[in-house]
Design a protein around this ligand. Sequence first.
Ligand code: ZN
Length: 244
Amino acid sequence: MPEGDALHRAARRLQPLVGERIEVETPNPRAQAERIAERLDGRRLLSVEAVGKNLLLTFEGGYILHSHLRMTGRWSLVPRGATRRGLPWLVLRGSTYEGVQWNGPVVELRTRAIRRLGPDILERPPRIGEMLARLRRDDQRRAIGDAILDQRHVAGIGNKWKAEALWAVDLSPWRPLGESTDQELRALLETAARLMGGSLEGHRHANRVYRRVGRPCPRCGRRVASRGQGDANRITYWCPGCQL
Ligand SMILES: [Zn+2]
């Protein structure tokens, strides 16, 4: 599958742009019809991944750019402002590098996911109140650690930051939503937003519980536990001593 392979390489190549606010240009007239530059310029790029035959670039606000390379298209990553010949379809310019898309042949911008996705945890400022309201509309018997991975409530919290944020606010991933106060859930969401924002800005984070099963909790010394949680059975990590 040369095409899939090329997509995965392109996704890897573009990773240095992830987390940055992107200046977007569409030098080639063929790419201008969708008003991609107008809609994406200045938004933060949240992820780049190869999915099926698409390269999916997810931007804050629920915008997903689909790039189909077919046999002719190509992405390169070059230093910001590097000279070039010809008219690329797209230029995604970050602070240090720019991703350049040549020869299309298809780029589409989709926003369909907007209504289904909850507010993005990396928006600034994060819409904590709306996330909380969505969590409260869910089944209140549902465990917190499962509910905050539900992208319809909060978009963008992954398994690692779930575990680390829950530890930081002393909450057990197994506690039902209904046994948590609004204040506790707000603190959890604010902590996840802060930790993830810091990580995007390059701050180092030493894991307290994530992937530390059997090691002592840095706060109380009990051994970190792990178990599958939720429908997707994703592994959650927590300290049974101090996360209640
Ligand atoms: Zn502990």
